[in-house]
Design a protein around this ligand. Structure first.
Ligand code: PAF
Length: 283
C-alpha cells in the first residue's frame, strides 16, 4: 500500500479533498486521537468500503479532557500510526497541531443536548462539548461524505448523530461494531495503561455486561440487574464504578422492557477509566 499523504494544515486538507471531489471521488473520514489499534483500523476498513478516499484525523483534542484527566500522558505515536494507516490503505492523515485547531482567540463551543445528558456527562461534564466542537470543525474542514465512529464510544456516536442532524451537517454517520480481543475486552488506546493483573480484571467488564444484558432481556427488574452488575464489577476487582445503566438505543433516554436497549458502563482500574457497552436485545 502507498503511504498516506500527511497534512497538518486545514488549507492543505481542503485542497486535497477539493481535488478528489473534482475527480468525482467520494470521501470518508475517521476522526481519531491516534494511538491507533485494531479497533481504529476496522473503522478505516469500513470507511474504505463506503468511499473512494479515506481521511484519518489524528488529533489529541485538549478541549475534551478535564484538567484532572490524562491529556499529557495520552499515548502519542505518530510514526507507528502512519505505518498502520499505510497498511490499512488510508489515503490521507490529517495531523494538525493544537494552534491549527484552536488558534489564539478561539472562543466557540458546541453543546449538544439530548443523548449527551447523563452517563459520561455526569462524570465528565465538558467532555461532549469538546467532542462536538472538534468533530464539527473536522467535518467543516474535511467536508467528508461520510464518517465512521466506533460503537465502543456509544454515547459519543449518538451525540455525533444528533450534532449532524441538528446542524444540518451533510455527513452520513456510520456506526461500527466494537472490536474486542479474544477475551472480549473492547480495544481502547487506554488499555495500554493496564498491567497484566489489571488486564485480567478489565476482561471481565464485557462478560459482566453481557450477563446483565441477557438477564434484562429476559425480563429481570432493571434496578436490581444494574445494581448486581455494578457489584459484580467491584467483586471482579474494579475499584470504582461510575455507572452501569440501561438506556434506549437511539435516544439514550430511559430503556423500556421489550424494546431495543443498550447497557453502558464506566469503571475504574487504578487510574484508568474503562467504558464499554453491549446491546440489550428486545426479547
Ligand atoms: O473517539 C475519539 O477518539 C475522539 O473523541 C474523537 C471523536 C476523535 C474526537 O476527538
Amino acid at each position: 500500500m502507498n503511504a498516506p499523504i500527511v497534512v497538518d494544515s486545514v488549507s492543505a486538507l481542503r485542497a486535497q479533498v477539493r481535488d478528489w471531489r473534482r475527480a468525482g471521488l467520494r470521501v470518508a473520514m475517521v476522526p481519531t486521537m491516534g494511538a491507533l489499534h485494531d479497533g481504529h483500523i476496522s473503522l478505516v476498513r469500513i470507511a474504505l468500503g463506503r468511499a473512494d478516499r479515506c481521511v484519518v484525523s489524528i488529533f489529541v483534542n485538549p478541549t475534551q479532557f478535564a484538567p484532572t484527566e490524562d491529556l499529557d500522558k495520552y499515548p502519542r505515536q505518530l510514526a507507528r500510526d502512519l505505518d498502520r494507516l499505510r497498511e490499512a490503505g488510508a489515503h490521507l492523515a490529517f495531523t494538525p497541531g493544537v494552534s491549527e485547531m484552536y488558534p489564539a482567540g478561539f472562543a466557540t463551543k458546541i453543546s449538544v443536548g439530548g443523548p449527551s445528558s447523563g452517563l459520561e456527562t455526569d462524570f465528565r461534564p465538558n467532555f461532549f462539548d469538546g467532542v462536538a466542537t472538534v468533530v464539527a470543525k473536522l467535518f467543516l474542514q474535511a467536508a467528508p461524505d461520510c464518517a465512521v465512529f466506533g460503537e465502543k464510544d456509544y454515547q459519543q456516536l449518538c451525540v455525533v448523530r444528533q450534532l449532524c442532524r441538528d446542524l444540518d451537517l451533510p455527513v452520513e454517520i456510520i456506526g461500527a461494531p466494537t472490536v474486542r480481543d479474544a477475551h472480549g475486552l473492547a480495544m481502547s488506546s487506554r488499555n495500554a495503561y493496564l498491567g497484566k493483573a489489571e488486564l485480567d480484571t478489565a476482561r471481565k467488564l464485557n462478560v459482566i455486561l453481557r450477563g446483565a444484558a441477557a438477564v434484562l432481556s429476559d425480563g429481570a427488574d432493571e434496578a436490581g440487574a444494574v445494581d448486581a452488575a455494578a457489584k459484580a464489577l467491584v467483586s471482579a476487582g474494579f475499584q470504582k464504578v461510575d455507572y452501569v445503566a440501561a438506556r434506549a438505543s437511539v435516544t439514550l433516554g430511559p430503556w423500556q422492557q421489550g424494546h431495543d436497549g443498550r447497557l453502558l458502563a464506566a469503571a475504574w482500574l487504578g487510574t484508568t477509566r474503562l467504558i464499554d457497552n453491549v446491546e440489550i436485545p428486545s426479547a
